[in-house]
Design a protein around this ligand. Structure first.
Ligand SMILES: Cc1ncc(COP(=O)(O)O)c(C=O)c1O
Length: 510
C-alpha cells in the first residue's frame, strides 16, 4: 500500500512538473545521486520505495515535500481550529475534516508489469523530447527513423495506381493469412530466393513485419525460453521475446569483422533453454550484409543444437556494391526457418503496413508451433487488405528501388557521403554499410568522456536540434555508438554532420 501510494504521488508530481523518468535520472546524475533506470522504474511502478536520501532528492526535483511523497501526512494543530494540511506539489492546501472524509481516492491505471523490461528507444524518451521541442516551434533534424516517404522517396506510381483501382474490392476482411494473389506473389519471390519447401499455406501476410515478429514470438515462447538475438539488434526483436515471456540472450556482432555475428559468442550463449536464433540480414542498425560463409556457420550452429532460424530480411532489396543477398533459409532445407520481409522499405510504403513471413524447410518438426501461429493469425483476423492488393504489383516487373542503390542513386550517394563525413570527425569511426540505410558509428568515449549515450543523444538534440538514436537503444552493451539514418538528402546530411562535428568540439559529459 505504501509503495503504491508512493508511486501514485511520484507519477502525479512528475506529470505536474512535465518530467519523464529520463529527466529525473538526468537530474540525479547532475546532482551526483546514484539512481539507476531500473530503480526508478521500480519506484514508478510501485514495486519499491526509495531510501530516504533518494526520496529527499526526488521531492526536491519534483518540488513537493518528502513527507507527502512518503505518505507521512502532516497534521497541524492550531490553537483554535484543527486543520489537516495536504501538501500537493509544494503548495499547502488546507482542507476541513469534512472535505477530507468526502474526498474520493481516484483509481489509477498502470501499465502491465510485462512491459517492465521492454525497450523501444527508436521511438523512446529522446524522441519524446524532440516532439516537445517541435511542439514549441523548434525545427528538429531527424536522423532517427527508417521511414523513407518523408525524405522524398516516392511510392512507385504503379503501386499507387493499382491500390486506387482495387480499393473498392478491399472493403471486407480477407483470409487470415492474406489474399491468394498476394501470397502467390510472395511464394514466387521465395522461389527466386531459393527458399525450399514453401507452399501457399506457408505464407502469412501481416500489418508490417512488426506484427509478425510479435505474433511468431508469442506463439512460440513459454516463460524462461531463450532466444539468441543479435547485439546490436532492431529492438523490436528483444522487446517481443521479452513480452512473450522469453529471455533474449544477445550474441555479439563484431565491428572488427564488418559487424558479422560472432559465431563463437553465439555458441557460448546456447543453453538447454535456447529455442531459436534470430538474424537480421541485411542488418539494422549496422547496414551489414552477411556472406554465405557466415550464414552457413549459423546454419551449422542451429543444426547442431536443433534450433529454429528466424531471419528478418526486410532490407533484402536494398543491397549495394553489386553484392547479392542470400536468404539463410535457402541454406537450411533440413531446419525449420521463418523468413520475414515486406514492402515498407523497398517500396517506400512503410505507412501501408504490409509485410510477410514465409515458413520453410523442415515443417514437420514445427507442426504444433504452426498450429499456434494459425491460431494467433486467425485471432487478429487479417492484415490490411488494400495493402495486400498491391503485393503482386510491387513484387513483379520493374523494381524502382534498384535505381536508388547504384552509383548516382540517392541511397548509394547518401551512403558514400555519410560514411566519409562521419569518419572525418575526430573520435568517430564507422564501418561502411553495404545495405539498408543505416550507419552505426563508434564514438571515442574516452576522448569525449561519454558514460551515458542516451544523455549524449539528449544533449545533442537540445543543443544542436539533431535527433539520432543512442546505441544502447539497440541493445548494444556499451555507451559508445549511435545510429544515423541516412535517408535525408545530402544537403541535409551535410547540415546534420556539421552540427554533430561542431557539438563534439566542446562536448564533454562530466
Ligand atoms: C530490421 C527490421 N525489421 C522489421 C521492421 C519493421 O518493419 P515493418 O514496417 O514491416 O513493420 C523494421 C523497421 O524499421 C526493421 O528495421
Amino acid at each position: 500500500m505504501a509503495r503504491e501510494q508512493f508511486a501514485d504521488r511520484l507519477c502525479q508530481s512528475m506529470k505536474k512538473q512535465g518530467l519523464k523518468q529520463v529527466d529525473v535520472l538526468n537530474a540525479a546524475k547532475q546532482a551526483g545521486i546514484k539512481l539507476a533506470k531500473g530503480q526508478m522504474s521500480q519506484y514508478v511502478s510501485g514495486k519499491a520505495v526509495p531510501r530516504e536520501n533518494i526520496g529527499t532528492f526526488l521531492a526536491e526535483v519534483l518540488q513537493v515535500s518528502s513527507d507527502w511523497l512518503y505518505g507521512r501526512e502532516i497534521t497541524k494543530e492550531s490553537s483554535d481550529t484543527k486543520t489537516s494540511i495536504n501538501v500537493v506539489a509544494g503548495k499547502e492546501q488546507p482542507e476541513s475534516d469534512d472535505q477530507v472524509e468526502d474526498k474520493e481516492v481516484m483509481r489509477e491505471f498502470k501499465k502491465s508489469t510485462k512491459l517492465d523490461n521492454v525497450l523501444y528507444d527508436v521511438r523512446g524518451p529522446v524522441v519524446e523530447e524532440a516532439a516537445r521541442m517541435e511542439a514549441n516551434g523548434t525545427h528538429v533534424l531527424k536522423l532517427n527513423i527508417g521511414n523513407p516517404a518523408p525524405f522524398g522517396f516516392r511510392t512507385p506510381d504503379e503501386v499507387v495506381y493499382d491500390i486506387q483501382r482495387q480499393i473498392t474490392e478491399c472493403e471486407g476482411y480477407s483470409a487470415s493469412k492474406g489474399l491468394f494473389s498476394a501470397r502467390k506473389a510472395i511464394m514466387q519471390y521465395a522461389q527466386l530466393k531459393h527458399i525450399p519447401n514453401v507452399t501457399i499455406d506457408d505464407i502469412y501476410t501481416g500489418n508490417g513485419v512488426s506484427e509478425l515478429i510479435n505474433l511468431s514470438m508469442s506463439a512460440l515462447l513459454d516463460n524462461g525460453d531463450e532466444v539468441l538475438v543479435p547485439s546490436p539488434d532492431y529492438p523490436l526483436w528483444t522487446a517481443c521475446v521479452t513480452l512473450a515471456g522469453g529471455k533474449a540472450v544477445h550474441y555479439v556482432c563484431d565491428e572488427q569483422s564488418e559487424w558479422y555475428p560472432d559465431i563463437e559468442d553465439m555458441k557460448r550463449k546456447i543453453t538447454d533453454k535456447t529455442k531459436a536464433i534470430v538474424i537480421i540480414n541485411p542488418n539494422n542498425p549496422t547496414g551489414a550484409l552477411y556472406p554465405k560463409e557466415i550464414l552457413e556457420q549459423i546454419v551449422q550452429v542451429a543444426r547442431e543444437h536443433q534450433l529454429i532460424l528466424f531471419s528478418d530480411e526486410i532490407y533484402d532489396r536494398l543491397v549495394m556494391d553489386g553484392e547479392e543477398h542470400i536468404s539463410i533459409a535457402s541454406l537450411a532445407p533440413d531446419l525449420f526457418c521463418v523468413t520475414y520481409s515486406g514492402l515498407s522499405k523497398s517500396h517506400m510504403i512503410a505507412g501501408f503496413r504490409i509485410g510477410w513471413m514465409v515458413l520453410s524447410g523442415n515443417k514437420r518438426i514445427a507442426k504444433d508451433y504452426i498450429e499456434g501461429l494459425n491460431m494467433l493469425s486467425n485471432m487478429r483476423i487479417c492484415s490490411n487488405v488494400p495493402a495486400q492488393s498491391i503485393v503482386q504489383t510491387a513484387l513483379g516487373g520493374h523494381q524502382s528501388v534498384e535505381s536508388y542503390i547504384v552509383p548516382g542513386g540517392r541511397v548509394y550517394e547518401q551512403r558514400e557521403y555519410i560514411y566519409k563525413a562521419l569518419n572525418d570527425i575526430p573520435g568517430i569511426s564507422a564501418v561502411k554499410p553495404k545495405a539498408a540505410f543505416y550507419i552505426f558509428p563508434k564514438i571515442d568515449t574516452k576522448k569525449y568522456n561519454i558514460l551515458d549515450d542516451e544523455r549524449f543523444a539528449l544533449d545533442l538534440l537540445r543543443e544542436k536540434k539533431v535527433l539520432i538514436v543512442h546505441g544502447r537503444g539497440f541493445n548494444w552493451g556499451e555507451p559508445d555508438h549511435f545510429r544515423v539514418v541516412y535517408l535525408p538528402r545530402i544537403e541535409v546530411l551535410e547540415d546534420a554532420v556539421g552540427k554533430i562535428s561542431d557539438f563534439l568540439t566542446t562536448y564533454r559529459q562530466f
